[in-house]
Design a protein around this ligand. Sequence first.
Ligand code: 5AD
Ligand code: SF4
Length: 474
Amino acid sequence: MHVPNYQEAKKRERVVFDIQKFVFDDSLKNLGKGKKYFVKTYGCQMNEHDSENIQAILEKLGFEEASDYLHSDLILLNTCSIRENAHNKAFGMLGRIQHLKEENPNILVGFCGCMAQEEGVIQALKKKYPFVNFVFGTHNLYDLPNVLASAIESKKQEIEVLAKEEKMMEDIPVKRASKHKAYVNIIYGCDKFCTYCIVPYTRGSQRSRKKEDILREVEELVHDGYQEVTLLGQNVNAYGKDLEGNYRMENLLEDVAQTGIPRVRFMTSHPWDFTDQMIDVIAKYKNIMPAIHLPVQSGSTRILKRMGRRYTKDEYLTLFSKMRERIPNVSISTDIIVGFPGETEEDFQETLDLVETCQFDNAFSFVFSKREGTPACKLEDNTTEEEKNERLYRLNEKLNAGFLKSNQKLVGKTLKVLVDGKNSTKKTSLYGYTEGNKMINFDGDESLIGKIIDVKVVDAKTWSLDGEVVCQKN
Ligand code: 5AD
Ligand code: SF4
């Protein structure tokens, strides 16, 4: 058994990782024959993409996908650590699964993802949730066949979590959720150590994939008719800094654009590593979408310093203006945390001022959540929960007013939209995303799904647009 260890996880040495190709023992290929699986995913796009790998691995082992967890033989939770409520959701789900397992002890239960990298969670799984059959971490997803086989054979709780990443795995099979949009990992982990964030511990040190592997994956997607790739990483701008040579994010973006994929997106960016060259490349290529997710976290330079963000409010605003000036029709979204330890009303006002100035196109806002083992967890915090929630409310009011304003500016314009799917609850039949990543609802034939078409914006809401199809392209 291997269990996570924060002291180990914190160690950051520049190592050249051993890159291996995913293989599994042929004798395991019927392990899941006649059985159904259900993977429940929490958290970010990284986790969603990991689940696409996990599903494909399970299908290689002979499992078939179940329609829901109530009708499956194997339930796997791919968990998220970022805030306390993500924890609560996963533990709540384990509670429901416990009842199912009391009725049917043969159900296999697995636990993976970021929470599996937390020491405290592993202790809880051992003590309070012994019915969980197997656990693996973010660094050894490829070990799933062996961990599962051991759990089935030993009939004991099998925990296999590496404290530190040991190798990089290529050619892990993938079952993509969409036929027209795909995620492509470009960099794993994060070395920024923002003081509130658990990611550098749960996802390990920054490791870039080799450009050849990334470009090969994108070329295959082009060949398979995909319309959009999203290049993924906790901090994509740091791409290449851990590799030999000077090949960086701007070079990768340019090469990915040149594969001819109709749409390229990337996320998430840290303002610290966002270079002028990146801005130039985004502006130059029509198929690099003018949509940048640029988390600011706070508008107070004092709080940014305490957060370990490495930029001031003014530096953020300078970068922001440069993007707005140089990238035509750019849409900029952000993340903001309120109630960071020591945040005063004046600090919070500075965040509101920044939001007023920037008029973001979209944003995710959060109340600070203490994460065990992070430096911010130990900071004195005198703001009450009530005050924090009140700040979140005021922040959201201001953010929402900005979203509506930016959406209203689009009314009457005809925009390129990648048709994503059918609307199940809305009056209009289809929805899609504009180049600026705005969701738009409109009526049209299902055959348009997966195509990029022209849609005229007829109305603006806070979080979406309404439109009418203008002309159909093949
Ligand atoms: N509390 C609240 N929000 C957090 N985030 C990261 N860590 C925390 C935390 N401890 C937010 C940041 C980040 C986004 C993915 O989640 O805003 O950009
Ligand atoms: Fe967390 Fe900061 Fe890394 Fe983002 S850049 S994953 S907020 S440590």
